[in-house]
Design a protein around this ligand. Sequence first.
Ligand code: NAP
Length: 281
Amino acid sequence: MFQAVAWVRRGLFHFRAGLSVRMNSTAIDRKGVLANRVAVITGSTEGIGFAIARRLAQDGAHVVISSRKQQNVDRAVAALQGEGLSVTGTVCHVGKAEDRERLVATVLEHYGGLDFLVCNAGVNPLVGSTLKASEEVWDKILSVNVKSPALLLSQLLPHMENRGMGSVILVSSVAAYIPQVKLGPYNISKTAILGLTRTLSLELAPKGIRVNCLVPGIIKTNFSKVIHQDELYWNNFKRQHQVQRLGQPEDCAGIVSFLCSPDASYITGENIVVGGFSSRL
Ligand code: NAP
């Protein structure tokens, strides 16, 4: 209720004349549903992160794009600005403290705060035995996939909580529920993100900040090429789970927009699978 009032006060809703103020989608003009909000998305110069950046900007948000490589940031920002969207960007390797600080500084410099954080950057440097994974591999996976969302959020939180509401979306994987052979440390890191989501949702609820988790299935990006281009694996996967098509990054972007929107204002601590099949009860 308090969040609803905050959203209304901030002019987010565009109610039709004569209608009473109610939290339902018929009362909301979907166009510009995120107008004047600020969204920060990590790992957003291609793939799922880029599609999320485009969708949130199309829905009216000012978007801060980031990834490790300057040329990728420049290309992504130019592409979305070319579509008339409000986008800026900076380099941020989420595992590097100085890069996270630069991202925070960029957000403050351009917008003075933020409403949405999407922690999308994730890595998998290992295909092989879990017990043969080196300490370096474990450190890299856990640092980028699990620690960095918490550390980045802790740096951004003061600039989110003073706006009265907020939505954080972490990105896991169906590998969290259905461990994939030879991807042990990655599977485990993505399971940890489910726990991080639940824990942070509890800790941040009193501040009016919701924390939810996007759980992609197999989505067509460079990251998943080894899987969806392996005909044997992909055909087995499709048959086993009755998946009818390969997912597209845009399939994930819509659900993130929803989780940021007022329609999701009573949803927190949830994991939502976008995979063309259900991976749990
Ligand atoms: P992608 O197409 O390979 O894109 C990855 C993006 O992240 C790029 O913009 C990349 O740009 C950036 N990036 C990589 N490492 C980074 C780091 N350490 N710090 C900041 N940015 C970084 O990958 P994707 O398939 O969209 O995957 C996005 C997320 O979805 C990941 O968390 C992944 O685990 C998860 N996921 C994907 C699938 C799938 O089937 N595709 C399934 C389940 C879960 P730079 O190279 O410039 O850094």
